[in-house]
Structures are given as C-alpha cells and as structure tokens.
Design a protein around this ligand. Structure first.
Ligand code: TXA
Ligand code: MG
Length: 363
C-alpha cells in the first residue's frame, strides 16, 4: 500500500487535512498527532475500517480501542448514560489527555470494544486532531500509531518508520507535547479507578473527584488481571536488557555505567545531574532528558527507540519519584524494563567482581 505523507507545515489552505479526513471517511487508516502520542485513526463506527487498524499494528484483537471525538456532546451517542463522576471529569479535563470508560451504546462496533460492554472515549486537545475528527464527521477509533509491542511514536518520522506501506496516510503535525498516553479512568463503578496513569495526574483527578483508586494490577502484582486489557502486554520494550536505578542506588550509577561499558555498548537514560556526574567513556551513551519530569515524559519513548538504533546491550535508566507525571512515566519505564531494578547492594557486588559484571552485561 502507498502511504501518503502530509507535512502540515506546507498546508497553507487546509487541503491536506481534508484529504486525510476523506480517507478516514472512506474507511482507511490514517495516523495523526495528538497532544499525548500519535494515533492511528479509522472511522470508529465502521467495524471493517477498525479492523484495518488491528492489521496494520499487529494488535491482538482482545485489546479495545479509544474513540476520539471533537465535541463533548458527541459522547452522548456512544454511551447509555454517564455517571456524575464522568460528567465532572469531562467538564474539567476535556479537551485533554484523559480517557473515560463509560457504558457503551449499541452503535459502538464490537471491533472497538473487543466485546466489553464499556467503551473508552477521549476528546484530544491537539488542534490538528480536533480538526481532523471534525472534518471526518465520525468518532475516530485510534490506538497509538506504533507496531504492537514497540514504544508509542511521539513524532511523525517514527510513525513512518513503523507504518510505511501498512496504512493509507500520515499527518505530520510536529512533535507531541505530553509524550505519554492519556490517563484512563473507569467511571462506571461507585469509585473512579485509574486503569492507566497518563497525562492528567492522579493529584489533578483527586482535586475534583476526592477519592480515586488505582487499579491494583498497576502496582505490579503479575497475578492480577489489569482492567485495561492493553496493560497486560509487555509494551514499550527496547531490544536491550534494561534496569531501573533509583533512590540510594543512583549514586552508584555513574561508576557502574563506566565499568559496564568496558564489555559492551551501554546507554544511560538520566537527568542532567546524573549526566554531569558521569565520566565520558567509549561505548557509553549518555541520553540526558533534562531536569523536569515533564521533559522525561516527552522524551522517554524516543530515547528507548534511540537505544535500539545505537545497538546497546544494556540500558540503565534513572527512576524518578511517582508524584505528578512521575506516576505515568515510571509505569512506562518499569514496563520497558520488564520490572527489573538494580539495588545499591547489587551494584556494589557487580563493581567488586569484574567476571560477574562481564557476564551480567553480556548475558
Ligand atoms: O493518549 C492516548 O490515549 C493515545 C492517543 C492516540 O489518544 N491512545 C492510546 O491508545 O494510547 P492505545 O490503544 O494504545 O491504548 C488504549 C488502552 C489499552 O490499554 C486498552 O486496553 C484500553 O485503553 N481500553 C480501551 N477500551 C477499554 C475499555 N472499554 N475498558 C478498559 N480498557 C480499555
Ligand atoms: Mg498503545
């Protein structure tokens, strides 16, 4: 399939967005920017069109999609009724990086909801997304525009790398400003539950809702089944083995990184402070995200893909505290690392024994 590529910087009269919207209306899949990550959109009321998304991504079909709308009132057609909590959230956080799970109406195809009796709905704030959905004149079903299992794309070049030849078109509207996906809140029960932390923080939700629960499966108990089906997959995984280093262990990260780089290429994903403390060495790639957690959110997925391109054997990633956007960032970082963490004691042991360090790096 020929994939069209529209760079909106050259779209002086809106003709490109109209072409993209026409393809969505015609039942094709088109990638577009949102404030969180790039989405791969299709007509959300057309089951045949929605199936093209699953095919292009290689996505398991038990994983439901989010319907994107351009007007708050458009959710009313998609649901049999909103709870008070849902109304409060929509009023306060739309448009923006928040998805609500609501009881679905009969017009939502099974391909979207994967057989559940609920549906996920979000109204993005990105002006390009809003205009494209409005022009398409239908709710747009859209997962992140990556191949299944890879980190979500936060720019159009990355979408192209994953999706060229697999979809009808890509709308390039520049880089995403949030960088991690939307927060998903199940509003159907008595207490709202965060199924996936994201761009709207837990603190922001608590401010308007009072009590908010976290899906217990998010705390890492592998035995629990997450309520958002997609959260059970090992997402965001880079090719190299990856470890989170945090708290007390962080001081030892620079020494470990330099020592490990003697055996194979190593990447360190870290903030400016740790980057400054680190000696430069051959085969050591320091991927510095800056000072604020919001910067880490914006860059994390791009840095994970960068590690793949660099061909490193080992990734050491600085963990941050789980307040604010840190909850979403650490959820993704821990998943990328397959939940592997290095403690201060473990690092000490590796630094003392170079044979052990070598086999750790090369294993
Ligand atoms: O920021 C975002 O949310 C991006 C942009 C493109 O809007 N989209 C996104 O979609 O992250 P996706 O498909 O990559 O992730 C959607 C998640 C999956 O984990 C899925 O299982 C969950 O939402 N989900 C969808 N419908 C659901 C439902 N009815 N109940 C529970 N979880 C649901
Ligand atoms: Mg995704």
């Amino acid at each position: 399939m020929q994939t069209r590529y529209w760079n909106l910087q050259n779209d002086t009269d809106g003709v490109m967005l109209r072409e993209a919207a026409a393809l969505i209306k015609a039942g094709e899949a088109v990638a577009f920017p949102t404030e969180t990550v790039y989405g791969l959109g299709a007509d959300g009321l057309n089951g045949t069109a929605v199936r093209k998304i699953f095919e292009a991504k290689g996505r398991p079909n038990d994983n439901p999609l989010i319907l994107h709308i351009a007007d708050k009132k458009d959710i009313l057609k998609l649901t049999t009724g909103l709870t008070k909590q849902a109304e409060i959230l929509i009023d306060k956080f739309w448009p923006g990086p928040l998805t609500v799970i609501v009881a679905k109406s009969s017009i939502v195809p099974d391909e979207v909801s994967a057989g559940l009796d609920t549906v996920a709905v979000r109204m993005p704030s990105h002006p390009v997304a809003a205009e494209l959905i409005r022009l398409a004149g239908t709710p747009v079903a859209a997962p992140s525009a990556n191949l299944s299992g890879k980190p979500s794309p936060t720019d159009a070049e990355t979408v192209l790398a994953d999706m060229q030849g697999r979809i009808a078109g890509i709308v390039d509207g520049g880089a995403c400003s949030v960088g991690v996906e939307s927060t998903i809140v199940d509003t159907t029960g008595p207490v709202p539950v965060i199924l996936r932390p994201g761009g709207i923080t837990r603190e922001q939700l608590e401010e308007v809702l009072g009590l908010v629960e976290l899906d217990p499966a998010l705390a890492g108990a592998e035995t629990l089944k997450p309520k958002a089906p997609g959260m059970k997959y090992r997402h965001y995984a880079p090719k190299a083995k990856m470890y989170v280093v945090e708290g007390e262990a962080l001081q030892k990260l620079p020494l470990l990184a330099v020592a490990a780089a003697k055996f194979a290429p190593v990447a360190v994903i870290c903030g400016g402070e740790v980057a400054e403390a680190m000696k430069r060495a051959e085969n050591l790639h320091i991927l510095n995200w800056g000072t604020e957690k919001t910067e880490l959110a914006v860059k994390l997925y791009r840095l994970l893909r960068r590690c793949d391109k660099l061909g490193v054997e080992l990734i050491l990633s600085e963990g941050v505290t789980e307040d604010g956007i840190g909850l979403a960032v650490m959820n993704r970082m821990r998943k990328a690392a397959g939940r592997q963490v290095l403690t201060a004691d473990e690092i000490d042991a590796l630094l003392k024994n170079s044979t052990q360090l070598k086999s750790f790096v090369l294993k």
